[in-house]
Design a protein around this ligand. Structure first.
Ligand code: UT7
Length: 330
């Protein structure tokens, strides 16, 4: 694909709330045990927002992650902010508008993007396209979710999995020769909407009926698991084929952190060493739109210059998508 300009990464940041909930803590909430959670998901603990003045909202986490990603770059230099989230503090105004104001960014475009756990990948591609067309010089992309506020804390099929967090990346325009985003492939299949959803207040639900509002996550874990272990290797084949490579050429995969067994199964299918699939799920659980930038920020120093990095998200929608980057330290 011919692009007028390239896009490069120039900053990463993340933020998680201080409050830790360990697997053992869940044993008093419903019938479960920490060994089951660890062996079936790889999760040991997760972070959740408390109702305190600091780190208590999607916006709070976004601001801290964004400031870290910006580093020495002034927010006034930004042209675009996209926040990927499914758990905003307000349905409107968007988290992106509130973040723009909190950072002191002026005269820019800011909007939220909703694609559940694929949100960060969709948002990163969207922002990159603005840059590659030359209409934006600097863009901030944030993935944030605070599912703890939308959890049925008596439902052991979901409450063991999710945690809160935010991750952010600063993108900048560069020359086509230095373009780091090599390929993408993004997908949706709305026929799977009933498998994983969070009802909106008074909204229309996936089955077409208006039901009593119930603001908690429903997930058909098995269906989503089966979908994920097929979709991830397929997407890796697609994005590498786009530039004449194969999935074996990928150096690192930063996949949505939903279940350690999903990551292990991908490694096994592709005959990869497990270490290629970077994982921090043990510490944070599934942080939805935040999981990829959170892991990216955490593992950035482990990535060698010029390594081929795949980012893959999947989740409610159904949505799934992957991006292929040539990593350069900044
Ligand atoms: O970010 C969005 C994407 N989400 C995902 O990717 C989630 C994908 N799905 C999963 O990660 C897994 O399906 C879960 C972790 C949600 C569930 O694991 P599973 O291996 O599919 O468990 P299961 O639902 O098949 O349950 C197996 C057994 C059942 O008992 P029986 O019927 O075999 O006696 C469950 O009742 O484990 C039982 N079980 C539990 N036991 C203790 C289910 N949840 C729990 C629990 N603690 N929390």
């Amino acid at each position: 694909m011919n692009i007028p300009f390239g896009v490069k990464i120039n900053g990463l940041g993340s933020c998680v709330p201080d409050k830790i909930i360990k697997n053992q803590d869940l044993e008093s909430l419903f019938e479960t045990n920490s060994e089951w959670i660890e062996s079936r998901t790889g999760i040991l603990e997760r972070r959740v927002c408390e109702f305190t003045p600091e780190n208590s909202s999607s916006l709070d986490l976004s601001i801290k992650a964004a400031k870290q990603a910006l580093g020495n770059t002034s927010a006034e230099e930004l042209d675009l902010i996209i926040v990927a989230t499914s758990t905003p503090d307000f349905l409107y105004p968007s988290t992106a508008c509130r973040l723009q104001s909190a950072l002191g960014a002026k005269n820019i475009l800011a909007f939220d993007l909703s694609a559940a756990c694929s949100g960060f990948v969709f948002a990163l591609q969207t922002a990159s396209q603005f840059i590659q067309l030359g209409t934006v010089q600097k863009a901030l992309v944030v993935g944030v979710d605070i599912h703890s506020r939308f959890m049925d804390w008596t439902d052991r099929s979901t409450a063991i999995l999710f945690g809160d967090g935010a991750g952010a990346v600063l993108l900048e325009k560069t020359s086509t020769e230095k373009n780091q985003l090599l390929a993408h492939s993004l997908h949706t299949d709305g026929s799977g909407a009933c498998e994983l959803y969070l009802k909106a207040i008074g909204g229309q639900f996936p089955n077409g009926k208006i039901e009593k509002p119930l603001e908690t996550v429903f997930m058909n874990g098995k269906k989503i698991y089966q979908f994920a272990v097929k979709a991830i290797p397929n997407i890796l084949d697609k994005i590498t084929a786009n530039i004449g490579l194969e999935s074996k050429d990928i150096d690192y995969l930063i996949c949505h952190q939903a279940n350690q067994r999903i990551l292990d199964s991908v490694a096994e299918k592709l005959n990869w060493p497990k270490e290629k699939c970077l994982s921090n799920i043990a510490k944070y659980g599934n942080t939805s739109a935040a999981s990829i930038p959170l892991a990216w920020h955490e593992f950035q120093n482990q990535l060698e210059d010029n390594s081929l990095l795949a980012l893959v998200g999947f989740g409610a929608g159904l949505t799934w998508g992957g991006l292929l980057w040539r990593w350069q330290k900044f």
